[in-house]
Design a protein around this ligand. Structure first.
Ligand code: GDP
Ligand code: IMO
Ligand code: MG
Length: 423
């Protein structure tokens, strides 16, 4: 058996949570491989809306096994709040959620350091989610981190040493903070975590595969936020690309099957950093309003712009995407025409590849296509798609050289159309 991977191709918030939930009935297991509570994955069904941050989006469909892999960074207090809310809403998870002992812990001081580093950067701040993601991954790579498995032996001493080290850094930054409440909740989170299956998830995942179980790996963030290939330094601190599923779950590359790449019919970005197709006009505002483009957790306004096929081609290449999933085309229902960026112009020269630096002087070259002027949210099969919409899909497939297999036409689980195109 191989695993399938589902990941974002843009700057996050493409709709990963929704589609993982939709696809879960086809799998036995759903596994998160990177990121942490910087993610906000929204699911809607039966009139209810849920936002998941650290818990995989396979938690609502039957009694599927869900795994938090070693590549994830976990904040015990946020995890406790999320898990307790799910339990209270009738979705017990203790028996079917497995957490890697090798996943790194986000400490209260990591969160404070995140804020302190952002403050120190001033105008060039990244606009992080403030969840301590960067400092936690920094400690992992610099071999100073604490892992979930550490809570099982001599934890207090390890925590005290890590905290003391962080306090020294905060002192050198002259950063004022009060850790009391944060730390109290965090310690309660640590106790709560002990009730879960804490495992060597690389063995769990590979044994499940050997038993013939099917696994869907759920990415967080998006390819343009990848620490190596995204718009550095305005990125997150993990590898969001498909390779992250190998390192974040302990999977050999030959175990990767299909790679589902999710894209919106337009583009959004939250936080700072370059965004070549960003719209500062009424059109951008209209997309934000119609698409409810506000952070799932923070409520931050998302920046909006036209779809960027140069960046998408790059993302498809990096991830080895085999199937595309097109989200939120319904948001563009009312537009007379829609635009897609097919190339960049830099210093007067047109290029169709993603360059080293998109921070300055990138001018998008657009193709304008007829809008479909139809309420897509009511569609139940691809046979109902208007001609202009089919032409739009064919255009994207041709430009991206990858088939679009699923079209999402609304936030609800039911508003999802699978296309039966030939392989
Ligand atoms: P994720 O982080 O990739 O899981 O995405 P988010 O949950 O942060 O953001 C996606 C938002 O779009 C959520 O509010 C979803 O409910 C919503 N959504 C998902 N698919 C569609 C769609 O096809 N149409 C519309 N209008 N909304 C969608
Ligand atoms: P999901 O999984 C959108 C962005 C932040 C910031 C940058 C670094 O819901 O798609 P971090 O806190 O990770 O150090 O912030 O990355 N960012 C996201 N943007 N969706 C996300 O997750 C994001 N997670 C981080 O806004 O620009
Ligand atoms: Mg999100």
């Amino acid at each position: 058996m191989k695993v399938d991977v589902l990941l974002g191709l843009q700057w996050g918030d493409e709709g990963k949570g929704k589609v993982v939930d939709v696809l879960t009935p086809h799998y036995d297991v759903v596994a998160r491989f990177q990121g942490g509570p910087n993610a906000g994955h929204t699911l809607e069904f039966e009139g209810q809306k849920y936002v998941l941050r650290s818990i995989p989006s396979g938690i609502f469909q039957g009694d599927k096994v869900n795994i938090i892999g070693n590549g994830v960074v976990l904040d015990p207090s946020l995890f406790k709040a999320e898990a307790e809310a799910l339990e209270a809403s009738g979705h017990p998870l203790k028996e079917r959620l497995y957490i890697s002992k090798k996943a790194h812990l986000i400490l209260p001081t990591h969160r404070i350091l995140d804020a302190a580093y952002e403050a120190a950067k001033g105008a060039s701040k990244v606009g992080t989610t403030g969840k301590g993601i960067g400092p936690t991954y920094t400690d992992k790579v610099s071999r100073n981190g604490l892992r979930v498995g550490d809570i099982l032996h001599n934890f207090e001493a390890k925590y005290a040493a890590a905290k003391a080290r962080h306090e020294q850094i905060l002192k050198s930054l002259n950063y004022e903070y009060d850790i009391t409440e944060l730390e109290k909740q965090w310690m309660e989170g640590i106790d709560y975590l002990r009730q879960f299956h804490l495992v060597d998830s690389e063995h769990t995942v590979n044994n499940l595969l050997k038993e013939g179980k099917s696994i869907l790996c759920e990415g967080a963030q998006g390819t343009m936020l990848d620490v190596d290939f995204g718009s550095y330094p305005f990125v997150t601190s993990s590898n969001t690309i498909c390779a992250g599923a190998c390192t974040g779950l302990g999977l050999g590359p030959n175990k990767i099957g299909d790679v589902f790449g999710i894209m919106k019919a337009y583009c959004t970005r939250v936080g700072a950093g370059p965004f070549p197709t960003e719209l500062f006009d009424e059109t951008g505002k209209t997309i934000r309003d119609l698409g409810h483009e506000y952070g799932a957790v923070t409520g931050r306004e998302r920046r909006c712009g036209w779809v960027d096929l140069v960046a998408l081609r790059y993302a498809i290449m990096l991830n080895g995407v085999t199937k595309l999933i097109l989200m939120k085309s319904d948001v563009l229902d009312g537009f007379d025409t829609v635009k897609a960026c097919v190339a960049y112009k830099i210093n007067g020269e047109e290029i169709d590849y993603f360059p080293f630096d998109i921070n300055e002087g990138v001018e998008p070259v657009y193709v304008e296509l007829p809008g479909w002027k139809t309420d897509m949210t009511k569609m139940t099969s691809e046979d109902e798609f208007p001609e202009e919409f089919n032409a739009y899909i064919s255009f994207l497939e041709e430009q991206l050289e990858t088939p679009i297999k699923i079209v999402s036409v609304g936030p609800d689980r039911a508003q999802t159309i699978v296309r039966y195109t030939e392989e």
